[in-house]
Every structure is written in C-alpha cells, then in structure tokens.
Design a protein around this ligand. Structure first.
Ligand SMILES: [Zn+2]
Length: 316
C-alpha cells in the first residue's frame, strides 16, 4: 500500500503544534511554536500557513514517496462545521472569533482537503481511532483542564449540532442558584470542577478562615486529598458531587457506552477516576449505569495533533 500521512495541527492559547501523522496514528515528525501574543488571530494564521509549508517541504525532501492525504486542524474555540471558521473563542485568544481558518488554508493549499474542528472534538477522534474509544460507537469525552471541554460520539461519528457547538459539557448547570457563568447560565460544572473553578471554590471556602498551604489551585487540592487531608476531603466532596451530578445528566441524556475522561486534572490524580465513578454512579439510574463505563483517555500528550490529523482519515 502507498505510504500516506496527514498533516495535523493543534491550535491552542499557548502553542501551535504541528505533526505529520500516518494512518495508524504514528507521529512521523512534529514540532511546537508559541501562539503569537501580538494580534494573535492574524499571527496564528501566519504561523499556521508557514508551519504547514515547512512540514510539506520537509516531507517532500526527506520522504518523497509519502503521499500527503490532507490537512486536519483542531483549534481552541467553537468552530463552524460548515466553513471551518471560528464561531466563538473566549478571550484567551483575543480577536480569534470569526477567523476563517479553513478558507485561508485551502486558498494556500488548494490541492489538499482541509478539515477544521474544535480541539476537544478532535481529541475524541483520537480516542475513537487509537485510544479508549476504539471499540466504541457511542461515547462522550470530557476533558478536565483549565476549563471543561466535551465531545459526543454517536454511531461512530462526532455530534456537531446545528453549527458545531454541540458537546459544550462544561456548561451543564449543576446549581440553578449558583454563581453566574460567562456563558450566561448559573452554576455551570466548569465553575466547580475545572482548574479555574477549583481555584474559585478554594478562594470562597477559605475566605474567612486560615488558608492551608495547598489550597491555592487544583494541583494542591488533589495532592492534599490524595494524602488524606480532611479539609481537602471536604473541598473535594463539593467538586465530586458537582462532577457526579453533571456526568449523571450526560448519561441520562445520551445513554453512552462510556465516558472517557482526560485532561490535566485527571492526569495529576490517578485516584480521581474511581472517585468520579462513585459520585456518578450514586446519581445515575441503575439500568443506565449498567451499560456505561468510565474510562481514562489514553491517546496521550500528542492526542491533539493525532486527532486533528485523524479528521483526514475519518472524512476522506
Ligand atoms: Zn456556563
């Protein structure tokens, strides 16, 4: 069979990652560039086009027998599925909303089919093709990091909704009287169980009390919790109840085979998965629970570029 590769690019708030990836998900070459800080929207497009150019030139030189099958891009923000532009991005990348990613890449590389999707959606594709979702048709990915991202796979395909915004699981509310979220709702799960949400909770919890040294951020809380600290245990009870409530809602809405949990917070605390499972099970109807498993994401640190490239194999 002819040797093939796809270009995968992962656009985030701090870095752009580039890779050539083969059909088996092996990274043939890769590198990372910082996300431009000044005029990031135009800067990202400039880096993106230059980076793809460089990768194509290197592949041509060093592996002339390799056929490049297309370009897959995973990006922060919500992506319009119709035209591959940025439908909405938060202020971590100022001015990024509206950036016509797919049109600009296709203009420059008209011979290569180009696909653009949200970064968590492409993580779910990485899990589907090479990770925890390989044997699964219906599953949900939840990424617990600075924020909370989600992606839904049904019948082996990503669910996009009307324009591409489906899967924003970080904005499931777990308390309609809770604090206001940037999305407009109150008490979204992101306010309790993301990195920034945990910092907010800790600040609130120790506002009028002596603050333990660990109580600065999610990593501190998780460490103290894993070593059996009682105050950390109380704070974690809130985080886990919120997560269990949100994930039980996901199970009841979608009846998935699995929830695949990834992101920096899960990687920092191996004991977390079992605790989240307990918190979810206790809030899920037994007949639903019987069919669902909680699985750790396994596609690894290069899942962003591998999943971005997987769009080429998924759609061509
Ligand atoms: Zn929200």
């Amino acid at each position: 069979m002819e040797a093939e590769a796809a270009i995968g690019v992962d656009i985030g708030g701090t870095s752009l990652k580039f890779a050539a990836v083969d059909r088996e998900g092996r990274v043939l070459r890769h590198w990372t560039r910082p996300t431009p800080a000044i005029d990031p929207s135009e800067g990202i497009m400039r880096e993106l086009l230059a980076g793809i150019d460089k990768l194509l030139a290197e592949l041509k030189e060093e592996a002339p027998e390799l056929r490049v099958a297309g370009i897959g891009i995973g990006s922060a923000g919500q992506i319009h599925k119709r035209d591959g532009s940025v439908a909405f991005a938060v202020d971590t990348i100022p001015g990024y909303t509206g950036t016509p990613i797919k049109a600009r890449v296709e203009e420059r590389f008209p011979e290569l089919p180009t696909f653009v999707d949200n970064d968590v959606n492409v993580l779910a594709l990485a899990e589907k093709h090479y990770g925890a979702g390989r044997e699964l048709q219906d599953f949900v990915c939840v990424a617990l990091g600075t924020g909370i991202g989600g992606a839904i796979v049904q019948g082996g395909r990503l669910v996009h909704g009307v324009y591409g915004g489906a899967g924003e699981l970080g904005h499931l509310s777990v308390d309609f009287n809770g604090p206001r979220c940037s999305c407009g709702n109150y008490g979204c799960i992101e306010l309790y169980a993301s990195g920034t949400g945990i910092e907010r909770l800790l600040k609130e919890r120790f506002e009028n009390a002596a603050k333990p040294a660990w109580a600065l951020n999610a990593a501190g809380l998780l460490n103290a919790w894993q070593s059996g600290d009682a105050l950390a245990g109380e704070a974690m009870d809130v985080v886990l109840a919120a997560l269990g409530s949100a994930l039980a809602g996901v199970v009841h809405a979608l009846n998935p085979e699995a929830i695949v949990l990834g992101g920096g917070i899960v990687e920092k605390a191996p004991a977390l998965l079992a605790a989240i499972e307990d918190a979810t099970r206790s809030r899920t109807s037994p007949v639903m629970w019987k069919h669902v498993r909680l699985l750790p994401a396994i596609a690894g640190s290069r899942a962003g570029v591998i999943g971005a490239a997987a769009q080429v194999w998924q759609y061509t």
